[in-house]
Structure formats: C-alpha cells, structure tokens
Design a protein around this ligand. Structure first.
Ligand SMILES: [Zn+2]
Length: 169
C-alpha cells in the first residue's frame, strides 16, 4: 500500500526535524514561511506549527510512551486551525484564515484524512531514538518499527546483542 498525498505531506512536515542530523527547518519564522510557501508567518503561527509537529511526532511514538502534555499541546494547535467548513465556504474558527493559517490548516486536514482512512496507523516514528525518522510502513501486517532495517534495525539488533553479551558475563 502506497502513501497518499496527505500521508506524504504529514510525513514531510514531521521530518522537518531531523534528529540524527540535528537539523530543524522550522527553527525560525522565516524557515516556516519558506516551508509553507507563504509570504510570512507571525510568532503565533510559528508556535502553532511547532506544537502541531511535536504533537504529531509524539503521537507516532511506537512504544506507547507518548508524553500526554506534548500531545495535548498538539491537539490545542489543531483546534486553532481552520479545519471546519460550512457549505457557504466559511472556515471555522473565524479569524484564523491568514495565508499561514490556511497552509497549516492543510496539514490539519491531511491529518484528519489519515485518521479517517486509518492510514495514520501506517505512519510511524523510527523506534531508534537517535533517528526518529517518520516513515511509511507499507508492510502487510504493519509490523515495521524502524525506518530502515538496514540502518536502524541492525543498529538496534547490535545493541541488543551487546547488552545480552554483557548480561551473560
Ligand atoms: Zn531510523
């Protein structure tokens, strides 16, 4: 099963933070504006984006150890974004329809799509904490834990092996 465009969008957003490389495309308002392709973002937009991203990344943790406060802050960000719409074309909440909020709203709508289609269950954050890459699990039984078996999976196996060796001594 291939990821939808919405899944690609959410994963790209989540991966603007690269734990392994130690880089973050969204550290500044200018960086966020560039990523969203909007003329500018204000401090409030920036806060919302960071809370939303942190919440999504936390929610994708594979070990059931998501920090509820981080998830709650992400949920609060979701509620501020214009994701509800009437047939008359009015977005809710009102007053949240600057270019930046609309662009962030697209992310929120993409997330909604993933939850409705249950694609959200195929989006995971690599179980290797020093990696944390968000990836698509296209496997039949959705059993993947690492972004790449070759790199993170083997790294993990090597560590488990080393700790078993230590325990055996
Ligand atoms: Zn990884």
């Amino acid at each position: 099963m291939e990821p939808s465009g919405q899944a690609e969008l959410v994963m790209a957003f989540a991966n603007t933070l690269d734990v392994e490389e130690g880089t973050d495309e969204l550290t500044s308002q200018a960086g966020l504006a560039r990523w969203l392709d909007t003329p500018r973002v204000d401090a409030g937009d920036h806060r919302l984006a960071l809370d939303l991203r942190a919440g999504i990344r936390e929610r994708l943790s594979l070990d059931g150890d998501a920090d509820p406060e981080i998830v709650a802050a992400g949920d609060a960000a979701l509620r501020e974004l214009p994701v509800q719409v009437g047939l008359g074309g009015r977005l809710t909440p009102a007053g949240s329809t600057t270019a930046a909020r609309r662009a962030l709203g697209m992310l929120a709508v993409a997330w909604t799509h993933l939850v409705i289609t249950e694609e959200s269950q195929r989006i995971k954050r690599c179980a290797e904490h020093s990696c944390g890459w968000v990836f698509w699990d296209g496997s039949k039984n959705r059993s993947r834990r690492w972004c790449s078996m070759r790199v993170c999976g083997n790294r993990n196996k090597a560590r488990a092996f080393a700790s078993r060796q230590r325990a055996a001594q």
